[in-house]
Design a protein around this ligand. Sequence first.
Ligand code: GAL
Length: 743
Amino acid sequence: MWRINNNVFLLMGLWAFISSSSSTVFASVTYDGKSLIINGQRRILISGSIHYPRSTPQMWPDLIQKAKNGGLDVIQTYVFWNAHEPTPGNYYFEGRYDLVGFLKLIQQAGLYAHLRIGPYVCAEWNFGGFPVWLKYIPGIEFRTDNQPFKAAMQKFTRKIVHLMKSENLFASQGGPIILSQIENEYGPIEWEIGAPGKAYTKWFSRMAVGLNTGIPWVMCKQETAPDPFIDTCNGFYCEKFKPNNNNKPKMFTENWTGWYTAFGGPVPYRPVEDLAYSVARFIQNNGSFVNYYMYHGGTNFGRTAAGLFVTTSYDYDAPIDEYGLIREPKWSHLRSMHKAIKQAEPALLSAYPTVTWPGNNLEVHVFESKTACAAFLANYDPKSSAAMKFRNRKYNLPAWSVSILPDCKTEVFNTAKVLNKGGLAKMIPVNDLSFSWQSYIEQTVTTDDADTLQMQGMWEQLNVTRDSSDYLWYLTDVNIHSNEGFLKNGQDPILKVMSAGHVLHVFVNGKLLGTVYGTSNDTRLTFSDGLKLAAGVNKISLLSVTVGLPNTGLHFERYSSGVLGPVTIEGLDEGTRDLTEHQWSYKVGLKGESLSLHTDSGSSSVEWIGGSLLVQKQPLTWYKAIFDAPTGDDPLAFDMKTMGKGEIWVNGQSIGRHWPAYIASGNCNDCNYGGIFSDSKCVTNCGEPSQRWYHVPRAWLKPTGNLAVVFEELGGDPTGISLARRSSGEVGINGSLEMVSTV
Ligand code: GAL
């Protein structure tokens, strides 16, 4: 069955040479129907996603090393446009956004990189990676055949490619990048919109090829990918996927290791047995590149989490957890599988599989050439194990499993036989640390505030804030004439507010009347409640809050949030008063934000109160405390269980949004993904906050005198906030259980 694909597709010619003047290795990267070909050699490549801004640069070397130890060859990352170009033409590549530094670390570790430039990335990242200013370019329509959009996309893509070239980061220049990606999962959108989508694909294909990176490009989930682009598969399973041309390798660019969490949703979980099964099935079906999305998910620091209420944690149930610790048994089990696959590599790359079916739900794939033989024995029965005879030997296959025999004899790995179970990660309170909180109450803004914008009617939130803040005040006055007899039948009138989302706090005459919020599936909301109005002028203050901007879809230019109306008061003597077309005043952001209360210098600009006067359970309150870092270098997190919703900073850096008041609910069966496990019981967080702990990166702490600041929207008890150490309870690389310290 041995056959070599005659029609080897060479993207950039068959050159590979070693520079005579330095040790830089210039690599040729090409492909054929079997695999990527690096320096003339076919390769089975195991890859994992680690997004550089979702951890600190101090964590990067360790994460990359753990990925390498776990048997990875490639690190995959998106490029995050809105972080790199915060205002048009002004670029930022520092700190967590030091893309070049990240890629150089990958290179130093001897790994390859897959750079997904996009620049649309999805990724549960704010606005899918698009800068918000893009929305306000006249005539723009996103992700279609639209001139202003294409011009901006091309400019940024070129910027990144030129940056990579100037740092010699493409493999063709001796760098680690063996693969790039343009757009992201554009196939379904192209299908949906037809002709303009096709024209856009044609345009961005030409544009990308014209950048002469010297390495192959992929388009994920886009079967219309023209040559030489490789169309690739994303999902939980991809064994049935076939690239659109026999000369392209079969690649799995996103194998979801778990899933993201949304506030109000459960914490997803994917058993490693199922993940390994999905990889083994892909490889036995001639797959040659598998990427774990995510290998390390990390944290959505600051306001980088996308709409749909994505949590600050982007843990993803990945093999390396949010804090950078190895998650067991996931990490070790996959590592064992990678070893087995690498043992089988010579056979996998020199032959196409012969498939036989020795029984019901049983399947055998044999890769046999003159020099090598590897076999995969599979039992697809979701419930029952099976005994199988293969070449005169007996093998026991658990339900829903694949065994790998790199020499066609010895079972070195079975996807369902997990040897080390590993300890469950723990959050261990730091007992000798208590916080002495002080509070400052954020003022409720009214039309009397000098610093407001006056406009007719209701304005879309982003249009006013340009996402400079989550918060926007909508303010108006309601005049009630004393003799009017405004209380019809002595009943309180009803204030009704319709909003596109995501959260709304309603104040009347400075007092909170109520709070409503949407869900991750539908962020729209309606507020409706009785209100007391006084004769004369009544102040209506609506504080509308976004929780990240959406990251999926096509028409980003049409997304709207905030109070779009109608806003009415029903039950007045005169009937219903419609406030929608009133004169409204707008104020972007919180006073505390404009004073930079989260920083050392800003926080000294107001009077804080503490001790017995500390304000608690009061909506819209700022808290601050000074604390010393616990000794050691184990990861830390704030336990926010007694708080409601808001944002947390340490030494001026935003840890992200907290919302422990949003309890995980819904159909908890949804939190386990994949095959037979899909209806097993939810193992984590049902009935608990979707996110209780918030990662405090060690790198952001000084040994003493750290400033913690919390803005609390709903009202919470800051005295319940504590710091915890994260302990993995991991099983070591050599299989021995490392001691879990109990502090
Ligand atoms: C994929 C997308 C990724 C990410 C993932 C869900 O469809 O390409 O960027 O959003 O879904 O985590």
